[in-house]
Design a protein around this ligand. Structure first.
Ligand code: SF4
Length: 491
C-alpha cells in the first residue's frame, strides 16, 4: 500500500496507537490476532448480516477487493435507485477509503449508520463515525443524520426470522460535529507516521483500549525477557486496581516484595507461597466431602449467548442457552462412568438438555460443580422455562456441592498465579490432564466452535471435527473436578 491510501480502519488503528498503524503497514508479518479477536470479528459479521436483513430492498455493494469497481457501483446504485438503502456504500476522499454499513435514503439525503455488535456506544465508535461522515460529506452527499446501531439486549426474538428491534440506533450528530474539523489532521498525522521511522511507544493502557492490539506479543516481548516480575501484582487476588497502581508507584512490582500491611489474609497467603514456591493444601480441604454418599455426579455446562438470537424467547447476549453438558459419575469409590449431552442440530437444545440431565442425575447423590452460581442459574432458568420439569430441576439444584469455594479456602500453588479457575488449578495437581493438547481448550473456543457448527456454510467434515473437540473439552472439565475432589480428600 502506498502511504497515501488509508482506510477507516487504518486511521482508527493510528488513533489507538501510531506504532500500531506503522507495524500494520511495514511489519505485517508480526500481526497476531487472538482467538478472542477472531471471535469478535465473526460476531460482527453476523450482526452486520442481520442489519442488512432489516432492509429487504437494500443493495449490497460487493467488489470488496476492487476499489474502483466499488466506488463506481456505489455511484450507480445511488443514481439509479435513490430510494433504496445501500449496504457497504464505498466512498473515497483525499486517499481515504470508507465503506458504510448502512446508507439509508431520506426525503432530503441519507442517514449514515455504522453497525456494531456491542451493546452500547464506545468512544472509538465516535471517531469511526466522524471519519466516515467526513469522507461522505467531502463527496457532497447530504447526510441528515450520523448514527450508530448497536445491539439492544432487551430485544426478545419471537421467531419467523423477525429481527426488527434488535438494533438500537443512536444519533451521534452532536458529539461528532466538533470532531469533523479534526479529521484532516488525523489523516495528515497518520500519513506522517507511516512515512517516518517506527514510532517509539511503550506498551500501556492503549494496548487493550478499546480492543486488544494484534501486536501485543511483539511489543511486550522485551518486557517478558527482561524486567517482568515473576509474580506480578495481578497475582494478588481481588486487590483493587487503585491499590496496585499505588504499590507500583512506590516501586513494588513483584508480589514477593510488597509489605504485608498492604495485604489481606488471602493475599498474604499468596505472597507466602510465592516466596517459598511450595504449594499448600489444608488438611481440612476434604472434610465436607468425605461423608458424602455415592453415586457422586460431576457436572459442567457449556452455554452460548448469541448476539443474534436464533431460538424463540431468547435475548441477544442475555440468554445463556446450554447446548452441552458432561457428567462423570462416581458410582462407588473411584469407579467412574461418564454421560454427555451435546445438541448440534441447531434446534433449541434446552428441553432435551434438561430431560436427559434429570434422567442421568437421578434423585440422589451430590452433584459437584465448579462455581455453582453458573450451573444452578442455568438449571433454575430451565425450570422456569419448563414448569413440568421444574420440581426435578429444583431438586437437582438442592444437591449441588460447589468445589470452587473449597479450593479457594484450602489450596494454593504458586503456578496458579492468583487464579482458582479450573484451568489454573488442574495443571498443578493433575499434570497428566492437559487442556493445551485439545482442539478446543477453553470456554471461549467452545462457544466459537458451537457458533461455527450452527453456521450454514460449515462443511460436514468441519462440523464433525468441532463436535468431537467439544466432546473432549467438556469431558475434561468434569474429569478435572473428579481429580480435584479426590485431591482434596487426600486420594
Ligand atoms: S501493542 Fe501497544 S504499544 Fe505496541 S503497537 Fe499495539 S498499542 Fe502500540
Amino acid at each position: 500500500m502506498s502511504c497515501r491510501g488509508l482506510s477507516k480502519s487504518r486511521i482508527i488503528a493510528w488513533k489507538q496507537c501510531p506504532k500500531r498503524l506503522w507495524l500494520q503497514i511495514h511489519r505485517r508479518e508480526l500481526l497476531e490476532f487472538s482467538d478472542d479477536t477472531e471471535h469478535r470479528f465473526q460476531i460482527g459479521y453476523e450482526v452486520g448480516e442481520v442489519a442488512q436483513g432489516l432492509y429487504p430492498s437494500g443493495i449490497l455493494i460487493e467488489d470488496e477487493d476492487d476499489l474502483s469497481a466499488a466506488l463506481m457501483s456505489t455511484k450507480t446504485a445511488m443514481a439509479d435507485y435513490p430510494n433504496r438503502p445501500i449496504f457497504e456504500a464505498t466512498f473515497q476522499h483525499d486517499g481515504v477509503l470508507v465503506r458504510v454499513d448502512l446508507l439509508l435514503p431520506t426525503d432530503a439525503g441519507y442517514r449514515m449508520v455504522e453497525v456494531k455488535s456491542s451493546t452500547s456506544v464506545k468512544p472509538y465508535h465516535i471517531d469511526d463515525c466522524a471519519l466516515q461522515a467526513w469522507v461522505i460529506r467531502q463527496n457532497n452527499i447530504p447526510l441528515n443524520s450520523i448514527e450508530l446501531a448497536h445491539i439492544d439486549t432487551s430485544f426478545i426474538f419471537l421467531g419467523d426470522g423477525n429481527y426488527q428491534g434488535i438494533l438500537r440506533f443512536e444519533k451521534l450528530d452532536d458529539v461528532i460535529a466538533p470532531l469533523l474539523e479534526l479529521v484532516p489532521n488525523w489523516i495528515q498525522e497518520a500519513r506522517s507516521t507511516l512515512s517516518g521511522d517506527i514510532p517509539t511507544v511503550e506498551p500501556g493502557a492503549q494496548c487493550s483500549d478499546s480492543f486488544e492490539c494484534p501486536f501485543t506479543a511483539y511489543c511486550t516481548q522485551h518486557i517478558k525477557e527482561s524486567v517482568q516480575p515473576r509474580y506480578s501484582l495481578d497475582v494478588l487476588y481481588r486487590m483493587q486496581t487503585e491499590t496496585k497502581e499505588m504499590l507500583r508507584a512506590k516501586g513494588f512490582q513483584d508480589v514477593c516484595h510488597v509489605p504485608s500491611e498492604f495485604l489481606n489474609e488471602t493475599q498474604q497467603w499468596i505472597q507466602r507461597i510465592s516466596l517459598t514456591g511450595v504449594a499448600e493444601l489444608s488438611p481440612n480441604a476434604g472434610v465436607s466431602l468425605v461423608g458424602l454418599t455415592y453415586p457422586r455426579y460431576y457436572l459442567d455446562f457449556e452455554t452460548i449467548n448469541l448476539a443474534v438470537p436464533r431460538w424463540i424467547n431468547t435475548r441477544p447476549y442475555a440468554t445463556q442457552v446450554p447446548f452441552q453438558w458432561s457428567c462423570h459419575i462416581e458410582k462407588s469409590h473411584h469407579q467412574l462412568g461418564h454421560e454427555m449431552f451435546l445438541d448440534v442440530s441447531g434446534n433449541d437444545p434446552r428441553r432435551h438438555c434438561a430431560e436427559l440431565m434429570i434422567e442421568v442425575l437421578g434423585t440422589e447423590g451430590p452433584v459437584f460443580v465448579y462455581y455453582q452460581a453458573f450451573e444452578k442459574g442455568r438449571i433454575a432458568e430451565m425450570a422456569e422455562l419448563y414448569p413440568d420439569l421444574a420440581p426435578a430441576l429444583h431438586a437437582i439444584n438442592l444437591r449441588v456441592v460447589d468445589l470452587l469455594p473449597i479450593a479457594r479456602a484450602n489450596y494454593y500453588h504458586p503456578e496458579m498465579k492468583g487464579s482458582w479457575s479450573i484451568k489454573a488449578v488442574l495443571p498443578t495437581l493433575a499434570p497428566d490432564l492437559r487442556y493445551d493438547l485439545l482442539v478446543i481448550g477453553n470456554g471461549g473456543d467452545a462457544q466459537a466452535a458451537y457458533r461455527e457448527i450452527l453456521h450454514t456454510n460449515t462443511s460436514d467434515a468441519r462440523k464433525q471435527e468441532l463436535t468431537e473437540g467439544l466432546r473432549e473439552y467438556c469431558k475434561l472439565d468434569t474429569l478435572a473436578m473428579v481429580r480435584l475432589a479426590w485431591f482434596f480428600q487426600g486420594e
